[in-house]
Design a protein around this ligand. Structure first.
Ligand SMILES: Cc1cc2nc3c(=O)[nH]c(=O)nc-3n(C[C@H](O)[C@H](O)[C@H](O)COP(=O)(O)OP(=O)(O)OC[C@H]3O[C@@H](n4cnc5c(N)ncnc54)[C@H](O)[C@@H]3O)c2cc1C
Length: 376
């Protein structure tokens, strides 16, 4: 086993930290209070190469392997405190770029990927519906083939980046009699008639990442707007979830490290000034145990994926463990800071972290997957 990063990976990590510290934290408190998305941070991150990390160079990406990608994303979480911006970039990468890369034909890849990696386009995927969340494949959105077009009808909710999206991958059932095998992914461009953002949504955390509901009312798209092929929706969704569950919380590992360092500084200050600090030691040790365990489960899942495997179990463990570890780390940090909390914005970190237990499959769903592999 090899546990060290290469010199190139360490150099990338260092440059991401320098970049994110210098460029991505401006006006965060105001942005958060006003639920403002940072276009400046989005464009600069794209120019730096974050958006295109795992995408081949021929489509404008960096062509990084998955371990290098999570190494860079961990550095983003360490140095950038705008968790909403990082989340929006992650959603764009895993639910839009990856499905285009894996399932798009050459024309679709050339049409969308360079614009997605450069940040000119914002990509989203729309799966969740008011009555289909964890049980995603029970979706009610329908598509019908009429001549040379598909007509899509349905509504979607909790869709990240929807208010700013240029292209949507929307999942609808083309043949309900086939159940999940009828689910198909359609590409819908902004401005397509019958496709509307029906309502902007507000969240307790990740407030700098915009979210909305979508409505499709007799929305017509040409036959070439199917991604993959008819009935491939579940395979597309499952493949992008595999990437997402491994990579989307890499930044939270950086966040955890930042919080630990901050708590250690606070505890040492207390110690120097003769105040109470002894109760902090065990909490800080617990935070560190969680951080290192989180790193191991993330790197193992990414390593297995880099070997071309489909680490269903490890991806589920990674998603469940890192999400819960980050929430607990935020709670411990809050306990350590006590009433000094307001100065250091840890309550925002907690509100941001809680969503990690829900998106990309809740913690309960990850546990169902893990237990299911034992036949339970
Ligand atoms: C910040 C954020 C961003 C999101 N972005 C997107 C997006 O871009 N695109 C998109 O399509 N969706 C998105 N979602 C939606 C997300 O995928 C769903 O919220 C998630 O799948 C859970 O669905 P639900 O909210 O309807 O909860 P429900 O499925 O109703 O679950 C409610 C509770 O019941 C539990 N539960 C449900 N079923 C089971 C079961 N079988 N076994 C055990 N427990 C169960 C859940 O764990 C949870 O605790 C986002 C959500 C959030 C919070």
């Amino acid at each position: 086993m090899e546990f060290s990063w290469t010199n190139e990976q360490l150099a990338l990590r260092h440059s991401v930290i320098q970049f994110a510290r210098a460029e991505l934290n401006r006006d965060l408190v105001e942005h958060e209070a006003n639920e403002e998305f940072s276009w400046d941070g989005w464009r600069k991150s794209a120019q730096f190469g974050i958006h295109g990390l795992p995408i081949p160079k021929e489509y404008g990406g960096r062509g990084a392997d998955i371990l290098t990608t999570v190494c860079a994303l961990e550095a983003m979480g360490y140095a950038c405190r705008d968790n909403g911006l990082i989340f929006s970039i992650n959603a764009h990468m895993w639910s839009s770029e990856i499905p285009f890369l894996m399932f798009g034909d050459e024309e679709q890849k050339n049409r969308y990927l360079p614009k997605l990696t450069s940040g000119e386009f914002v990509g989203i995927h729309a799966m969740t519906e008011p009555a289909a969340g964890s049980d995603a494949f029970s979706l009610r959105s329908r598509a019908e083939r009429k001549g040379d077009r598909y007509i899509i009808n349905g509504s979607k909710t909790f869709i990240t980046n929807a208010p700013i999206a240029d292209v949507v991958i929307v999942f609808a059932n083309l043949d309900p009699a086939k159940g999940a095998r009828g689910i198909t992914a359609f590409i819908v461009d902004k401005g397509t008639s019958g496709f509307n953002i029906s309502r902007k949504l507000h969240k307790m955390g990740l407030r700098t990442s915009p979210m909305a509901e979508l409505a499709f009312v007799d929305c017509e798209v040409p036959l070439e707007n199917v991604l993959g092929k008819e009935g491939a929706g579940t395979a597309i969704f499952t493949a992008s979830m595999e990437w997402e569950r491994i990579c989307i919380l890499a930044s939270e590992i950086g966040t955890m490290q930042r919080l630990i360092e901050s708590c250690v500084r606070f505890a040492l200050d207390r110690k120097r000034s003769g105040g109470e600090y002894s109760s902090f030691s065990s909490k800080i040790a617990d935070m560190e145990i969680r951080l290192e365990t989180a790193r191991l489960v993330l790197y193992q899942a990414a390593w297995l994926k880099s070997l071309g495997k489909h680490p269903l179990r490890e991806a589920a463990i990674c998603k469940a463990y890192v999400a819960e570890a980050c929430v607990q780390t935020c709670l411990d940090a809050i306990q350590i800071y006590g009433t000094s909390l307001n100065d250091c914005q840890i309550e925002r970190e907690l509100r941001d972290a809680i969503a990690g237990k829900i998106y990309s499959g809740t913690t309960e769903i990850q546990k169902t997957i893990i237990a299911g592999l034992h036949g339970l």
